[in-house]
Design a protein around this ligand. Structure first.
Ligand code: FDA
Length: 319
């Protein structure tokens, strides 16, 4: 119930206007977002790197509605790649296709995506394409395949375990040696396309993680790169301890070396677990968002955990 409400709010213009107008909003948002500027994200990456944790920088933004905005976002992502190069942090970038023109025109989107992966390749860096709601799953996979077909293999994708179709997608992507980040899924989806029960989403997560792990062994996929930019093929994005433990067991049974699988988590969530896994010798990557377009990202984080809402309300009344 609460989850659906917050996902609805994440898209509601009226709610965005109210929340972004709150003078104390940033105090709450800063738990999940590293800052408004690229320098803030680079600084957060340096702090993570010092703890042995790699990073993926996300210049926040989605659902751009004009070609100018989409080009501006493309320029901002290219600037992030340059910032990584200049500072020498162990980081790659994560992007959303709706940020660079998908909802305007797929041709514009592929042009912008090609510019980003091409720039990343010149810098020997990697681009992860986030997955948005199920209306764009197929086109997102298609566009990633299209840039890979142009010879850019420095691009990976995200697959969501709540979708029924994902097992089929994962099997095909592994056979094509595409880097996959596996997450549970953060959008509101109908029961016609996604498992409605959390229990089934978790079960699907374990099954898909196992397919990725076995696929990485079968195809002798590379380990995380020494500079921390290129992930291994299986990127397991979750804060769910049970899923993480299951994946560790599956990797051990398949004889996948620790460095050939990475755990990924979000900035500000379960820092203890991030550090614990890094100390155990697993590659860990933290998704570090930054920028002024934090509203929908923040609302999805509230949707995931109702306890965050009480945290927000207590801040409101303490003002
Ligand atoms: P689950 O929701 O079961 O949470 C397990 C535990 O983690 C909770 O009990 C709590 O302790 C902690 N936790 C989880 N969320 C929290 C929060 N918001 N605040 C505080 N604690 C929290 N989704 C998507 O649709 N497309 C994408 O591209 C991505 N990309 C992505 C990258 C990375 C690196 C991560 C970690 C996640 C994503 N996601 C995503 C989001 C993902 O789909 C999912 O919504 C969240 O990760 C929460 O699910 P968990 O797997 O953590 O499990």
């Amino acid at each position: 119930m609460l989850r659906s409400f917050f996902i609805y709010l994440s898209k509601a213009a009226w709610a965005r206007k109210i929340v972004t107008g709150w003078s104390f909003a940033w105090r709450m948002v800063s738990r999940f977002v590293s800052g408004e500027k690229l320098e803030d994200a680079i600084q957060a990456a340096q702090t993570m790197n010092a703890k042995g944790i790699n990073v993926s920088l996300d210049h926040l933004g989605e659902q751009t509605t004009t070609p100018e905005q989409a080009r501006q976002s493309t320029g901002d992502i290219i600037a992030a790649l340059d910032g990584i190069q200049k500072s020498g942090v162990r980081a790659n970038v994560s992007i959303k296709l709706s940020q660079i023109g998908l909802v305007i025109d797929p041709a514009l989107c592929i042009e912008n995506l090609t510019a980003i992966v091409s720039h990343a390749r010149q810098l020997n860096n990697f681009v992860r394409v986030d997955m948005e709601d199920s209306t764009v799953t197929q086109v997102t996979i298609d566009l990633v395949r299209q840039v890979r077909a142009k010879g850019f293999d420095n691009v990976g994708i995200v697959i969501q375990s709540y979708l029924y179709r994902s097992e089929d997608d994962v099997r095909k992507l592994v056979d094509e040696c595409v880097f996959v980040r596996l997450c549970k899924g953060a959008y509101k989806e109908p029961a016609s396309v996604a498992f409605p029960r959390k229990k089934d989403v978790d079960k699907s997560y374990d099954r898909l993680a196992q397919i990725l792990i076995e696929g990485a062994v079968k195809h002798s996929c590379p380990k995380v790169s020494p500079d921390g930019r290129f992930p291994p093929l299986p990127g397991l994005a979750t804060h769910d301890v049970r899923r993480i433990e299951q994946a560790k067991v599956a990797a051990k049974e398949a004889s996948l070396p620790k460095e050939a699988m990475e755990f990924q988590m979000l900035y500000g969530i379960r820092r203890d677990l991030q550090e614990q896994l890094a100390a155990e010798g697993y590659p860990v990557r933290v998704y570090v968002p930054y920028g002024t377009e934090w509203y929908p990202y923040f609302m999805r984080r509230l949707a995931e955990r109702p306890a965050n809402v009480w945290f927000i309300l207590s801040n409101f009344f303490r003002r």
